[in-house]
Design a binder for this molecule. Structure first.
Ligand SMILES: [Fe+2]
Ligand SMILES: [Fe+2]
Length: 168
């Protein structure tokens, strides 16, 4: 089953990305990055934000646009609905931290924007890691069990196209 492997590999990459985000805010703490550490923080951050937009964003879109409809067509709509509901707060947190990081790239962080970023970064990392672990336990076995070889091939090809479209 290519689809389950592709999703698993992306979950591993996404978890690593979230751990980098977590590490960055944990290391910096609540102290707003000043002149001395601004460049180091911003360069780590721009790589993390690019990953959030392409890898995480592309992954959520692929599941919603291609995988969940295919599960629903095989009589398993509930799983897709439940997981899509978890994608919403993940997208909101991802969009908010992207916006704060983009403003900070031009204007620097303020004490307030860093505090907000710090809180949202922990929230996003926790939500995403929890969600990916849930999918590893509940979604991937269902994908293996339910999808036909044709479904699997079509999804793998849709995945390759979406990865190409959203890749860096
Ligand atoms: Fe998901
Ligand atoms: Fe996923």
């Amino acid at each position: 089953m290519q689809t389950a492997h592709l999703l698993h590999d992306e979950h591993v990459e996404i978890e690593a990305l979230m751990k980098r985000l977590h590490g960055l805010v944990r290391q910096q703490g609540l102290a707003c990055p000043g002149e001395a550490d601004r460049d180091a923080v911003m360069s780590k951050l721009s790589e993390i934000i690019a990953g959030i937009q392409t890898l995480l964003g592309g992954h959520l879109n692929f599941e919603e646009e291609h995988l969940f409809p295919r599960l629903a067509a095989n009589g398993e709509a509930d799983m897709g609905e439940l997981l899509t509901a978890e994608h919403e707060p993940i997208r909101e947190a991802a969009d908010s931290i992207t916006e704060i990081a983009r403003t900070a790239r031009d204007e620097g962080f303020t004490a307030e924007s860093w505090r907000r970023f710090h809180r949202l970064a922990f929230e996003l990392a926790d939500r995403v890691i929890c969600h990916a672990e849930k999918e590893e336990m509940a979604l991937l076995p269902l994908v293996e069990e339910l999808l036909s070889a044709d479904d699997d091939m079509e999804l793998a090809s849709a995945h390759a196209k979406s990865r190409f479209k959203t890749g860096p």
